[in-house]
Design a protein around this ligand. Structure first.
Ligand code: ZN
Length: 156
């Protein structure tokens, strides 16, 4: 480890503030709102992941860190748990993060691959209930996001 635990702890707490129960990172963030920290030779190490590793040790390969509080910027270890990628996207949709991302210019839609497939299947330009506006509303994403999905920007 490049830094000792105390150094990491200080690095993390120096750029986070309490908001309710959450410890919200206000340093550098990625477009999804996850905190980024310079660590282990990387410029953009996920801050919440580092906070989790600090307490629980290394995260097994293939697992992601999920936010129980649904706030990507939160680094409160009590709000973090491990999960799979699949659970993560299912959760986001369930908890309505996708709906809240609406209108956020940088908010990337949290849709499952099957929803993306469904959008592409249903999309018929100009047809009532099948146009981009209707589908965006149905799936709780911004119309621009939906158009990007149709163009294959986010989903190859
Ligand atoms: Zn939290």
């Amino acid at each position: 480890m490049a830094f000792n635990k105390l150094t990491i702890q200080l690095k993390l707490s120096s750029k986070a503030r309490r908001e309710g129960d959450c410890l919200v990172w206000f340093g550098d963030k990625d477009p999804c709102g996850y905190g980024r920290i310079r660590y282990a030779g990387k410029k953009g190490y996920p801050a919440h992941r580092l906070a989790y590793e600090l307490r629980h040790g290394e995260i097994p390969a293939g697992l992601v860190i999920r936010h129980k509080c649904d706030n990507p910027s939160c680094i409160n270890v009590d709000h973090l748990e491990t999960g799979t990628h699949k659970q993560n996207s299912a959760d986001s949709v369930e908890r309505g993060r996708a709906i809240r991302a609406k209108g956020e210019s940088h908010g990337r839609a949290k849709l499952t691959q099957s929803q993306v497939d469904e959008i592409r299947r249903r999309y018929i330009p100009g047809k009532h209930g099948h146009g981009s506006h209707a589908l965006a509303k149905k799936f709780g994403v911004a119309q621009s996001t939906l158009m990007a999905i149709l163009r294959g920007v986010h989903w190859k």
